[in-house]
Design a binder for this molecule. Structure first.
Ligand code: AMP
Ligand code: FE
Ligand code: FE
Ligand code: ZN
Length: 294
């Protein structure tokens, strides 16, 4: 049976290749019936996606992905059904995106200092909304400094490489609280890509305490063994096991759109939890003062 659910995708609003409308058309082509759009730090693609989904008779789930940095790695937090129009939420997203701009400029400066000539203007042009390292990678690719996006990360902008600059330091717990503050459902994305499964075990209690409700279990390239380990953790902590491809466009991440089987349970449980929260008062979130950026 073909897969019909994908709960993790990106559009041109962040670092995806396809516009929200194009993404939904691709989803239809591959037979998807439920799709979530989860752009990085931006909700600008959601309305267009919802409209295209309605036209194509696809069940659309609004989402977002907030990237945070931790010592030794990254934690990405997905949020489903956030009440994203709330002004306070939009202003936090704006702070995160402004920080992405400064960081992008700094990465370009570091590359320039090493004789690699790409311009910030080109990077900014490649990004229609939220700027990210993939746009820097694209500029490096265009200028012929690398042969693939992956090579740009491996050589220049991956964590620990010379042109890597960390993001604004929102802690994972605060990303969870931010999403919960607009009645969204916080889910830890690709949990094994954090420093590792052992760290995840150590962090789960605090993340659950902060309001996490799900764990991305059926993730693009994860093996059956990894899936089982995550499923066991999800059950132990009463978290909703979600999943998806993390599709950004052909050849960017290894999994094609709809390329991972996600059980309907994920959708059913997310919807039930969202329905419980709808219209209820949510915990407030205040952005802590920024940690000094390098
Ligand atoms: P940023 O949020 O700007 O730090 O960029 C992180 C994004 O870069 C991730 O969400 C991925 O989409 C992408 N990314 C990270 N590592 C790689 C890689 N090795 N190859 C391709 N894309 C990557
Ligand atoms: Fe991305
Ligand atoms: Fe991610
Ligand atoms: Zn993603």
């Amino acid at each position: 049976m073909a897969n019909y659910i994908d709960l993790h995708t990106h559009s041109t609003a962040s670092d995806g290749i396809y516009s929200p409308t194009e993404l939904l058309h691709r989803a239809k082509e591959v037979g998807l019936r439920v799709l979530a759009l989860t752009d990085h730090d931006i909700s600008d693609g959601l309305e267009e996606a919802a409209k295209a989904a309605a036209d194509l008779d696809i069940d659309f789930i609004p989402g977002i992905e907030i990237n945070t940095d931790v010592r030794g790695g990254e934690v990405h937090v997905l949020g489903y059904f956030p009440d994203y129009q709330q002004p306070a939420f939009q202003s936090v997203l704006k702070v995160l995106r402004d920080a992405r701009e400064r960081r992008g400029q700094r990465m370009v400066e570091l590359l320039n200092e090493h004789g690699i000539n790409i311009s910030w203007e080109r990077v900014r042009d490649l990004a229609q909304g939220s700027v990210g390292r993939p746009h820097v990678a694209q500029a490096l690719l265009e200028a012929g400094y690398v042969q693939s996006i992956g090579e740009a990360f491996d050589k220049y902008i991956g964590n620990g490489r010379f042109a890597y600059v960390p993001r604004y330091r929102l802690t994972p717990e605060n990303a969870v609280r931010l999403i919960a503050s607009v009645n969204g459902l916080p889910v830890i994305a690709h949990p094994i890509d954090l420093p590792g499964l052992d760290e995840l075990r150590d962090w789960l209690p605090a993340l659950c305490e902060a309001g996490m409700v799900g764990l991305e279990t059926y993730y693009g390239p994860y093996t059956g063994e990894q899936e089982q380990a995550l499923r066991a953790l999800a059950d132990e902590y009463h978290l909703i096991p979600t999943g998806g491809s993390d599709f950004h466009g052909p050849g960017i991440h290894p999994t094609p759109l709809g390329g991972r089987y996600v059980p309907y349970e994920a959708v059913g449980r997310l919807k039930a939890e969202a329905a419980k929260r709808r219209g209820k008062p949510s915990p407030t979130f205040e952005l802590p003062p920024p940690v000094q950026e390098k």
